[in-house]
Design a protein around this ligand. Structure first.
Ligand SMILES: Nc1ncnc2c1ncn2[C@@H]1O[C@H](COP(=O)(O)OP(=O)(O)OP(=O)(O)O)[C@@H](O)[C@H]1O
Length: 470
């Protein structure tokens, strides 16, 4: 019996195509590979959809080895590729220039066909990524302020904070949050016009409008929206004409109480060569940042991603990935997909060793440090009580001492700040500060406590060593 089909994501498929493209001519590539569809992995074999049996034969004869090499480069040890002739409808869908086929009368639309038309302005639908909603956004200490601000804006557009300025490093969720506001508004007020644009597209639109003498249309387009989302606003730097036009767009929207959300990789004050009048406008509303997610948030993001893609993957594997990829969420998601592709292509179940192997040639193995959760678990095991009790509200001495030790060790062994540790325990930073001071003081007087802390340190060192040798 055939096993389940596992999805191969676009990123992985793009890697395969990238490999192929480097090894054949452009003409060959466009003739043969552009129309191929990736149908996923079944029983360890990558299944590719081709147009007809002639193509199927051609691929078997001419490109099988190349495809196997491409899979080897992704970590497949014994790569296998099979081909399936696509039914005519699916075949039509692989031609990017053609519109998707309409479902036959009486038949439900197949996968990949367009959703039924919704009563929305067309531009709303085309400009928002359906995945970037509030429901799909994991909130952690790194992004909770930006999330709260975005939600407030979504609930009272044009009133709460205008503009909302979100900044942070690459791949940390700025675009996701902006789109989430768009989706939220679209659901509640379907008649509202929403425009999402990168600063680059805004600039190009402007250049085209000037060239084609279509400034009136340009202005109508950007000044008639209810919500304007502009990504990567730092790219306005040095573009005087675009700044000028954006200044007027901003004013028109602002005066009409229309909501503006801007994202950037840095705060307004650090955007060089930005006109003072624009900078000060960017500072009129609320400026909020997104930081790199800490370990627990990274695990939660991976878990949500796995659930979304219906991938049943053990928690310990997710934990390993979260330890390897620490700063960029886009890379974190990519790492998960790499592990999924690796285990599918090699037809092996998920395990920590498989994950470590899948990631080994992409991410330099990180020297793993213990995380808050590791310390909590170890302290809980040491004192023989459930972790939740230690994190709970109990004030009995038997609970308070382990809690204080856990806070002390986390402060000592991880890079977390007092507020972050406080949040982990559902308390504020002064409680953590007090705990650290208390344990430090007792270590000099209380032999039992010193022995416990030393034992825990050595156990946690073992945890780290074990992780590093995975
Ligand atoms: N808190 C989160 N919960 C779930 N997924 C997230 C979260 N933050 C980011 N992501 C995901 O990470 C990926 C990158 O996010 P996004 O594109 O929004 O980053 P960005 O900050 O706009 O990056 P860039 O500066 O490169 O434009 C997306 O797939 C997004 O869904």
């Amino acid at each position: 019996m055939k096993g389940e089909v596992r999805v191969i994501t676009q990123e992985i498929w793009a890697d395969v195509l990238g490999y192929v493209r480097k090894n054949i001519s452009e003409v060959e590539y466009h003739t043969w590979f552009a129309p191929v569809r990736n149908l996923g992995v079944q029983d360890g074999s990558l299944v590719l959809g081709v147009r007809n049996s002639f193509a199927q034969e051609w691929f078997r004869k001419h490109y099988l080895e190349l495809l196997e090499d491409a899979l080897r480069s992704l970590g497949a040890q014994d790569p296998q590729v099979s081909f399936q002739v696509l039914p005519a409808v699916q075949e039509a869908m692989i031609l990017p220039q053609d519109p998707p086929p309409a479902p036959a009368p009486g038949h439900p639309p197949g996968p990949g066909s367009r959703p039924p038309p919704a009563p929305l302005p067309a531009e709303n639908r085309k400009s928002l990524n359906p995945k970037y909603t509030f429901e799909n956004f994991v909130v952690g200490p790194n992004n909770n302020l930006a999330h709260a601000a975005a939600l407030a804006v979504a609930e009272s557009p044009g009133k709460a904070y205008n503009p909302l300025f979100i900044y942070g490093d690459v791949g940390l969720g700025k675009t996701h949050l902006m789109h989430a506001v768009g989706h939220y508004m679209m659901e509640r007020f379907p008649e509202k016009r929403i425009e999402y644009v990168s600063t680059e597209s805004f600039t190009n639109d402007l250049i085209n409008a000037i060239r084609d003498d279509k400034m009136t249309q340009f202005r109508n387009r950007y000044r008639s929206v209810d919500l304007l989302l502009v990504d990567d606003i730092q790219f306005l730097a040095g573009k005087e004409r675009t700044q000028e036009e954006f200044f007027h767009t901003f004013n028109a929207l602002y005066e009409n109480h229309k909501q503006i959300i801007l994202s950037s990789d840095r705060p307004p004050k650090d955007i060089q060569t930005l006109e003072g009048r624009l900078r000060s406008r960017f500072e009129w509303g609320l400026i909020t940042d997104i930081q790199s997610p800490e370990y627990e948030t990274r695990v939660a993001i991976l878990k949500m991603n796995a659930e979304h893609n219906r991938i049943d993957i053990p928690q310990e594997v997710l934990e390993l990935i979260a330890r390897q990829v620490t700063s960029n969420i886009r890379e974190l998601e990519g790492a998960l997909m790499r592990v999924v592709a690796f285990s599918s292509l090699n037809n092996v179940p998920f395990s920590r060793a498989v994950a470590a192997k899948a990631l080994s040639n992409v991410f330099a193995p990180q020297a793993v440090k213990v995380e808050m959760m590791d310390v909590l678990r170890q302290v809980a095991a040491h004192f023989n009580m459930p972790p939740d009790v230690i994190r709970g509200s109990g004030r009995a001495r038997e609970v308070v001492v382990p809690r204080q030790i856990a806070m002390y060790l986390i402060r000592d062994l991880t890079d977390h700040s007092l507020p972050e540790i406080g949040q982990f325990f559902g308390r504020d930073h002064s409680t953590v500060m007090h705990a650290v001071a208390k344990v430090t003081e007792l270590l000099g007087k209380d032999g039992d406590l010193l022995a416990s802390v030393n034992a825990l340190r050595s156990e946690l060192k073992d945890v780290e060593d074990e992780e590093n040798s995975a």
